[in-house]
Ligand binder design. Structure first.
Ligand code: ADP
Ligand code: MG
Length: 357
């Protein structure tokens, strides 16, 4: 027999605003079944006007403001490649997972809108780990007003595999690209470099020692430079830009290749990060080749004035773009050629520079 619903039942509410009353009982030792897990995540997502329909349907439906273009980026976070469960607490893994995507949006001068998370989890993973991961990810999402609007969930035969897709938007034709640097442009970087890699090296040196994430935030909770990127785009200051995920030498080589130019770096001007309680300066090699800093590297046409801080973040002038298509590192004693030595997957270990994770 058909029963009519009483007026005011949930069917009159928009989909995203359906009350979530179900309580799940689960053992803390294993992740929840797929449905329950998705529902648990869904209950933690705040509403966002840019997302008409988020988690719960076959596709998310997003509103694209007129006059804007969509930015899309995707990044893996793989256990034992990008993180280790013994070294990285789950909220750090979740934070870094989203930070990688947000940093790409920042590097285009864009504003993040929505994120999509594909997650493969081993059957024996404690649910508390998944909750911690989601907490780290959603905390960062909230700070940048990004809505987790969908994803996929599966069982992994081995290790945690997370793939994040981040969507952003930018005024039409205004995204800041890698391919638009010109000879004579000045080269700048936000923040300081080498902190994340130096912490990683410390963990490799003392694998049993648990570092406190709040003393080493450069590594465990890097800040995507969304605000810096947005100001650089809105002020038309940057002529080219990339985010530093693989290391300065490697990411600079990407700008050089895409723009058909070269560069010279001034060694003494590279801002070395200070890490740990005693704020120890990292070595130059960490700043040159270490990955995961998520700072912005950008070029500025000569003659433009650049403030010392942008959106509250210090920026440093560290070099010049040159016509000769090679990279050089210059100091008071002379100049030497700089090769890209940052992180690269599948590169043969025989190059032996020790920067592989
Ligand atoms: P489909 O089978 O149609 O792909 P799913 O059953 O996989 O749908 O997912 C149901 C809903 O939950 C979808 O909206 C999907 O985007 C969302 N979803 C699935 N996994 C995740 C996840 N790990 N994080 C966020 N949303 C997810
Ligand atoms: Mg699916």
């Amino acid at each position: 027999m058909l029963r009519t619903r009483p007026a005011g039942s949930f069917s009159t509410l928009p989909c995203g605003a359906r009350p979530h009353t179900t309580t799940f009982r689960y053992s803390d030792r294993v992740p929840l079944a797929e449905r329950a897990l998705i529902e648990r995540v869904r209950r933690r997502i705040p509403n966002n006007t840019a997302v008409r329909t988020g988690i719960g349907d076959d596709c998310a439906v997003l509103r694209i403001p007129p006059g804007r273009e969509i930015l899309v980026t995707t990044d893996f976070s793989l256990e034992n490649v990008h993180f280790r469960r013994a070294w990285h607490p789950p909220d750090s893994v979740g934070h870094r997972c989203l930070a990688r995507g947000l940093s790409d949006i920042a590097a285009m001068g864009g504003e993040p809108v929505a994120a999509f998370l594909s997650l493969a989890l081993p059957a024996k993973l404690p649910q508390a780990w998944v909750d911690g991961f989601m907490s780290g990810l959603l905390r960062l999402a909230t700070r940048y007003n990004v809505t987790l609007a969908g994803g996929d969930t599966a069982q992994s035969p081995q290790g945690v595999l997370a793939d994040i897709v981040v969507l952003g938007s930018v005024p039409r034709g205004k995204a800041i690209l890698r391919c638009t640097a010109r000879p004579g442009d000045r080269l700048f970087v936000s923040g300081s470099l080498g902190g994340a890699a130096a912490v990683l090296h410390q963990m490799f040196r003392q694998p049993k020692r648990r570092l406190r994430p709040n003393e080493y935030t450069r590594h465990f909770f890097p800040e995507p430079r969304i605000d810096v990127g947005r100001v650089l785009r809105a002020s038309r200051l940057a002529s080219g830009m990339i985010d530093l995920s693989d290391g300065l030498s490697t990411d600079l080589s990407h700008i050089c290749e895409e723009s058909g130019v070269g560069a010279v770096l001034f060694e003494e001007r590279i801002p070395l990060a200070a890490i740990g309680k005693d704020q120890q300066r990292v070595e130059l090699a960490s700043a040159l080749h270490g990955g995961d800093d998520y700072e912005l590297l950008f070029t500025v046409r000569s003659g433009k004035r650049v403030p010392a801080t942008i959106a509250g973040t210090p920026v440093s002038e560290i070099g010049r773009i040159t016509r000769e298509r090679r990279m050089f590192l210059k100091n008071s004693r002379g100049s030497r050629e700089l090769r890209p030595q940052g992180w690269e997957h599948f590169r043969r270990l025989s190059t032996g520079h020790g920067w592989h994770r």
